[in-house]
Write a protein that binds this ligand. Structure first.
Ligand SMILES: *Cc1c(COP(=O)(O)O)cnc(C)c1O
Length: 433
């Protein structure tokens, strides 16, 4: 598969280059030259396939012969070693639980697949790669966990000071080894901007092989399509339309869902559910893309004011506003509505959701729950990552998995920097030595 630069479509690169470099020299995102449609035979057997079997077929279709089949199988089996169950809450209401990975958020899926692919691609290269990642809460820990102690790789995490949950911060700052955490005195969009400045810094790039593990990297984003197939597989015989609601921030997850649909997955309607960072619903209404100052909310992993995958969304929809409007519906909710939704899920379905999944549930409700179709919301993080809000809203204790309770006693280690690029550049330059 060849990849093109969205900023300059005639510029094409190999999948190897697209993955290792993350973005083009013009800071453009890469997209596959075409999105392969899977054969009917795949869809007829879908309910019988395991998550790993699905991932293998889907990634083989996307990557072609770029990665040998047996290696791809190894990557998939290593990455997806946890369940992603679809649970039934009501007659036609389901939740897809994406938080059973090692860092308890859906980011594990993309980060683990990407780590495996990187190991494969760098196998015969004697160079060190520095992976930079801006995190609104969950990406950093998923990437740190996936790349921990991997040969030839250093990870630098930038996270916004005071804007991630206590446990999220613990997850980011207690790994050590090849993982460095930088606490930025700013918001997530400042972190993303700093990472972009580092990529554009020619001098720095001549010293370091920089790359990204944010969903701007196709290898991080694309594996997130697997679980959409897996959700429909678990529904079994799909005899009604399917509506899926995605709690959205940087739009990586939603883009992966739309790609799955392009590959032939019969999803009738996608919903981009957002918190008060309402760039997508505003765009759908006005046709104008207006990045905004990030608003801090209790669903902090979705606090994004300038979602970096928006250009990919446009690309999938032929850059046409009317196509996007037909492909997605989008609604925004505030923290009060979010808390009420967590309460309602507990009271109506005895389901304890986290503040991200609750936004997705609200998206389904706003669209309208109906017996005429199946409604699925994505639960992207374990409620134990946000114990205070969840316990207050559900009036129920959250059970804390061991991986989290162990963290509390570990020592955190991070370096604080301002939003001034100079400080980041100094930190990175130190790594050369
Ligand atoms: C990252 C994240 C999101 C948002 O996903 P995007 O791909 O950035 O839109 C939603 N929920 C949780 C828990 C996350 O960590």
């Amino acid at each position: 598969m060849k990849f093109y630069d969205i900023n300059n479509p005639s510029h094409k690169v190999s999948s190897h280059e697209a993955v290792i470099k993350s973005i083009s020299g013009t800071s453009g995102l890469y997209m596959p030259e075409f999105i392969p449609v899977l054969p009917d035979s795949f869809y007829t057997t879908l309910p019988d396939l395991s998550l790993q079997e699905i991932a293998l077929e889907v990634s083989k279709a996307m990557l072609g012969d770029d990665v040998p089949y047996n290696e791809l199988q190894q990557i998939v089996d290593d990455a997806l070693n946890f369940p992603i169950p679809l649970k039934q809450l009501g007659e036609n209401l389901f939740v897809l639980e994406l938080f059973h990975g090692p860092t308890l958020a859906f980011k594990d899926v993309g980060a683990r697949f990407m780590a495996g692919l990187f190991q494969h691609l760098l196998k015969n290269e004697n160079k060190e790669v520095v992976i930079m990642v801006a995190t609104s809460g969950d990406t950093g820990s998923a990437v740190a966990n996936a790349f921990y102690n991997k040969k030839g790789i250093k990870v630098v995490i930038l996270y916004p000071s005071g804007k991630v949950s206590e446990l999220q911060e613990k997850q980011l700052t207690t790994m050590g080894g090849n993982i460095t955490a930088l606490e930025v005195n700013g918001d997530f969009d400042d972190c993303q901007r700093l990472v972009k400045l580092a990529f554009a810094d020619k001098k720095l790039n001549s010293q370091l092989n920089l790359t990204s593990a944010n969903s701007i990297n196709f290898a991080r984003l694309f594996p997130q399509s697997f679980f959409y197939f897996h959700a429909l597989a678990q529904l079994g015989k799909v005899n009604k339309p399917v509506v899926m609601s995605v709690p959205s921030g940087n739009l990586g997850n939603l883009t992966a869902g739309l790609m799955a649909k392009k590959m032939g997955l019969p999803v009738h309607q996608f919903i981009a559910a957002t918190n008060r960072n309402r760039i997508v619903p505003d765009y759908l209404k006005s046709g104008e893309y207006k990045p905004q100052q990030t608003v801090h909310t209790i669903s902090n992993a979705m606090d994004v004011g300038n979602p970096s995958n928006f250009p990919r969304l446009l690309e999938i929809c032929q850059k046409r506003h009317d196509v996007i409007v037909s492909q997605i519906k989008s609604y925004s909710f505030d923290d009060g509505q979010n808390r009420s939704a967590m309460t309602e899920l507990q009271n109506l379905y005895s389901y304890q959701a986290d503040p991200h999944g609750a936004i997705a549930y609200l998206g389904l409700k706003e669209y309208g729950l109906s017996d005429d179709y199946y409604s699925i919301f994505l639960e992207t993080a374990h409620p134990a990552k946000f114990p205070d809000e969840v316990e207050k809203a559900t009036n129920n204790p959250v059970s804390i998995p061991e991986t989290l309770s162990e963290l509390v006693n570990l020592t955190t280690k991070s370096v604080t920097i301002s939003t001034n690029y100079q400080e980041l550049s100094e930190q990175l330059t130190k790594m050369v030595r």
